[in-house]
Design a protein around this ligand. Structure first.
Ligand code: SAH
Length: 219
């Protein structure tokens, strides 16, 4: 069950969360404003409403998670989102990360490999608020060649390697933010696509994600 009532109490908790993110080093005011505007408890089972604004990940359906707000803020900040950026997201999950991007004015193309999550997301509460999110059921390793090229690509699951097709679908000068699996944790990388089709690489902090898996799951 979901709780779709926003209250002053939840708004206050959100503001506290934003203050925490600022203290942890998030400086992009557009990211912080988006997080302040979006009721994260709408994306979780109502059992989690009271703790939805703690800076931690929570379970959603199908053994998956909604990423920690710090992780969402960190990845979004690295993307340097501008209005109308065309962004490919791998791992729709709860749609929270996609909503942050949409709130910032990006055109979001998001792929989920789990059929049940994809089906649930058809009932997404903010469908009319964020017509700039397009949902796809598929394998993120394949990307969306029909809609390429993208200004930015964000992967929200632990990637075993840099998916070559996603590099192909990135514009020259575009960014891919990807947590690369190093075993016990994942290191956040920002890749910049170069004119010759290769990419340069910057390395950031370590995080923990659910795995990016090959192929689609029919349930
Ligand atoms: N961005 C999400 C985080 C969800 S966790 C949020 O804000 O809630 C990661 C998600 O990636 C899971 O839903 C998982 O099913 C999905 N996933 C894993 N491998 C994938 C792949 N190859 N293609 C698409 N989605 C994938």
């Amino acid at each position: 069950m979901k709780n779709y009532t926003d209250t002053y109490q939840y708004k206050g908790l959100r503001k506290q969360l934003v203050d925490q993110l600022r203290k942890k080093g998030i400086t992009d005011e557009n990211v912080l404003t988006a997080i302040n505007n979006i009721p994260r408890h709408f994306f979780l089972d109502s059992a989690f409403s009271k703790i939805a604004y703690e800076d931690r990940a929570f379970p959603i359906a199908e053994g998956q998670t909604i990423s920690q707000p710090y992780t969402v803020a960190y990845q979004t900040q690295l993307l340097e989102i501008k209005p109308y950026d065309k962004v490919l997201e791998i791992g729709t999950g709860s749609v929270y990360q996609a909503s942050v991007l949409a709130e910032m004015g990006a055109k979001v193309f998001t792929i989920e490999r789990q059929k049940k999550l994809f089906e649930q997301n058809k009932l997404f509460i903010f469908k009319s608020k964020y017509p700039n999110i397009k949902f796809f059921y598929g394998d993120g390793f394949e990307g969306l060649p029909t809609f390429a090229p993208f200004d930015k690509v964000i992967i929200t699951a632990a990637a075993p390697y840099v998916p070559p097709k996603l590099i192909q679908q990135l514009k020259t000068g575009g960014y891919m933010v990807i947590p690369i699996d190093l075993g016990p944790f994942q290191q956040m990388l920002r890749l910049t696509k170069l004119a010759d089709g290769t990419y340069s690489e910057e390395r950031f902090e370590n995080f923990s994600f659910v795995p990016m898996l090959e192929g689609k799951s029919g349930n």
